[in-house]
Design a protein around this ligand. Structure first.
Ligand code: AHR
Length: 677
């Protein structure tokens, strides 16, 4: 598919080269490194100027409108303690059956997890507060410190709710407070009375004044009279994105909106399957009133989830960011204890998947569509892609072939329009791939070092276009922790050039993991997987250089991929001593405006002069908008403390034509928006 230089062209190019060397000598000399970075050997300065040819009149592919998307699961406190705006940790007291973890007693109160006083079958325990010694002067209660802090924002409304009951009528009052850890500042408080021997839901708001934002705060409930009180589902929500009840964190939603993602793959990842069958994402237990959701142990990543962020919340996230869902269906494989073999044993799971699709897409005449309407979402969601399982190449029993077929046949019979994705791609041996049916797409995952990403920057150029399309459902250059650094962004940009250049084949792609709570990076803390796109603590958030690289790519492309060619692409010596390319590129064109989006990645630690030849375009403007992200070192990064150290900068540049030479900054990703007709 990719056009190659003809023999004649090559000769002309080589002859032209000697001339080119002379005419651009000044520019080239200017491009020599002034500081040699330890990352690159002295051999990095290119001996001859690389040449990129953009063939503006040769469209080789269409850019897939779904190329840039998101992938998510609950890892690194991505949902609980992350996107899901709930601020109370272990709000249902189920994280530990015997211990009220993340809760502490206040004053002379005593707390325990009580299995004998359940709220209902789903929330089948409660927190028992023994406040027998409580008085107005010496209140007794309990408190929660959230997910590494409770954020207090100025002039904000916080929605509080909980279920409570007492032994008989409770004559005293409860005081509910949002206060600093040292107790010196109370940001807001409310008094609640009316507890009785029956479970009752209390709902009210706390308002903060014009205070400085902070996160070292506590949520505290105390009783001012003697008694025994049980609590369940103690919840505190700050303002959410678009004010959705049970909604999401605005700052994280806004960061994602900046990526213009076209789809969301969910709910995993390993979170879909769980390590044990009982710990999978069992979607029917994640819908409806949150007090009816039992929650489950997220054993893939080692923490409890309330499933307050369930199937409908994932879908509403899609709706809020204008993304289409890519629904991963549980397919009978959890890593432990064993696979559910195709046949009768698997059939209930196939039915569950069909029900799930019906919940997402069905109208009022269908059982599960009606359930979604009852849950508060009358309009069906548009669904085009479903994925059967996750990373089933780990299942060495060979059952995926049969499991896939069983799901495929049932889904295609009822929903022939759906595109069905296999989780085993060409990055795995033939023997593990699906042969029983032809998947519409295969999901290929790439977690790589920077040099590996750069070395595979032409991976798809020559893949035959005859087989299934590709979904790169998880990928990341894993350099930098907790979030990737500039080296990660450079590896990512090299890889995105490859995917975009080949997006007739690669229809969808999504980086993973998307989120990390950076509050506690020690083992067993808030991070289970390093190099994650977006970082946050309870109060603030930031995008990594990789995030900005993706936002640059997804916001700047045309719909046509143009033929390109190159000569003398230099290499550099990586830290491991390997030679890999140091220049990556692709070009797309917007047919309406004629704008050519030329993406160039310079991995060298010095400016790199590049001779760009644009053929087949008329009237190439001499000035263009340039979006450039660069760093002084590949180790540079963003963080909670320095959230925007590395960001793209937009400017106007001059000196362009159909044939120009330009120096691109060290460690940089550049998008030139070249106007032509
Ligand atoms: O993204 C982290 C994990 O990597 C995913 O859960 C899994 O699919 C993959 O192995």
């Amino acid at each position: 598919m990719k056009s190659k230089f003809s023999f004649c062209n090559k000769i002309i190019f080589l002859l032209g080269f000697y001339f080119l060397l002379l005419t651009t000598a000044t520019n080239f000399l200017r491009a020599q490194p002034t500081n040699s970075d330890s990352t690159n050997s002295v051999s990095e300065a290119p001996a001859v100027i690389p040449v990129l040819q953009i063939k503006a009149d040769q469209v080789v592919a269409e850019v897939s409108p779904t190329l840039y998307g998101l992938m998510t699961e609950d890892i690194n406190f991505a949902l609980e303690g992350g996107l899901y705006a709930e601020l109370i940790r272990n709000r249902t007291f189920k994280a530990n059956p015997t211990n009220a973890v993340y809760w502490s007693a206040v004053g002379n109160g005593a707390i325990s997890v009580d299995a004998s006083t359940p709220l209902n079958d789903a929330l089948n325990v409660s927190l028992k507060l023994d406040a027998s010694l409580a008085s107005k002067d010496s209140p007794a209660g309990f408190m929660n410190a959230g997910f590494w802090g409770i954020p207090v924002h100025p002039n904000s409304k916080y929605c509080v709710s909980f279920y409570a009951k007492s032994v008989g009528r409770f004559s005293g009052a409860l005081t509910v407070k949002l206060q600093s850890v040292d107790g010196k500042t109370v940001y807001s408080s409310a008094e609640i009375s009316g507890l009785s021997g029956e479970w009752k839901k209390f709902e009210f708001s706390l308002f903060t004044k014009d205070v400085a934002p902070s996160k070292d705060n506590l949520f505290v409930i105390t009783a001012d009279a003697p008694g025994t009180i049980w609590f369940q589902q103690v919840s505190l929500f700050p303002p959410t994105y678009k004010n959705r009840p049970n909604g999401t964190r605005p700052d994280l939603m806004e960061l994602m909106a900046g990526m213009h993602p076209s789809f969301l793959r969910f709910p995993g990842g390993d979170f879909l399957e769980g390590h044990q069958l009982d710990h999978r994402f069992d979607w029917k237990k994640t819908i409806g009133d949150i007090s009816q959701r039992p929650g489950h142990m997220n054993d893939a990543w080692g923490y409890w989830t309330t499933d307050g962020f369930g199937l409908l919340e994932f879908l509403e996230w899609c709706e809020d960011l204008n993304m289409q869902p890519v629904l991963a269906l549980y397919a009978g494989y959890s890593k432990n204890p064993k696979v559910i073999q195709p046949g009768a044993d698997l059939q209930p799971y196939v039915q569950d998947a069909l029900d799930e699709i019906e919940y997402v897409t069905g109208d009022a005449s269908t059982k599960w569509g009606a359930q979604r309407i009852q849950d508060g979402h009358p309009t069906p969601f548009t669904l085009s892609y479903v994925e059967i399982g996750n990373e089933d190449f780990f299942d060495k029993s060979g059952s995926y072939n049969g499991r896939f077929a069983q799901f495929y046949d049932a889904i295609k019979a009822k929903y022939p329009q759906l595109q069905i994705i296999s989780t085993v791609g060409n990055d795995h041996p033939e023997s593990l791939r699906v042969h029983s049916r032809t998947p519409d797409l295969v999901d290929e995952h790439f977690y790589k070092t920077e040099e590996q990403m750069e070395a595979q920057s032409h991976l798809y150029d020559n893949r035959p276009r005859t087989g299934p399309k590709v979904f790169v459902g998880e990928w990341a250059t894993r350099v930098g922790s907790p979030t990737p650094n500039m080296a990660g962004a450079l590896g990512d940009a090299a890889w995105m050039c490859c995917m975009e250049r080949n997006s007739d084949l690669v229809l969808l792609s999504s980086y993973a993991p998307l989120f990390v709570n950076v509050s506690d990076l020690a083992k067993g803390g808030s991070m289970q997987w390093r190099s994650d796109l977006l970082g946050y603590d309870a109060l603030t958030s930031y995008g990594s250089p990789s995030y900005y690289a993706q936002a640059m790519f997804s916001s700047n492309h045309g719909e046509h991929v143009l033929a390109t060619d190159s000569l003398n692409v230099p290499t550099y010596t990586t830290r491991s001593g390997r030679q890999v390319p140091s220049l990556f590129f692709d070009a797309t064109r917007d047919s309406q405006s004629g704008t050519i989006f030329l993406k160039i990645v310079n991995r060298l630690g010095s400016p790199q002069s590049i001779h760009v030849k644009i053929t087949g375009a008329n009237n190439v403007n001499s000035s263009a908008e340039a979006v450039v992200m660069s760093a002084s070192s590949p180790d540079d990064t963003n963080s909670i403390q320095e959230p925007t150290k590395i960001i793209p900068v937009t400017s106007n540049v001059d000196g362009l034509s159909a044939d120009f030479t330009r120096a691109f900054p060290p460690f940089s990703i550049t998008i030139l928006k070249v106007k032509s007709n």
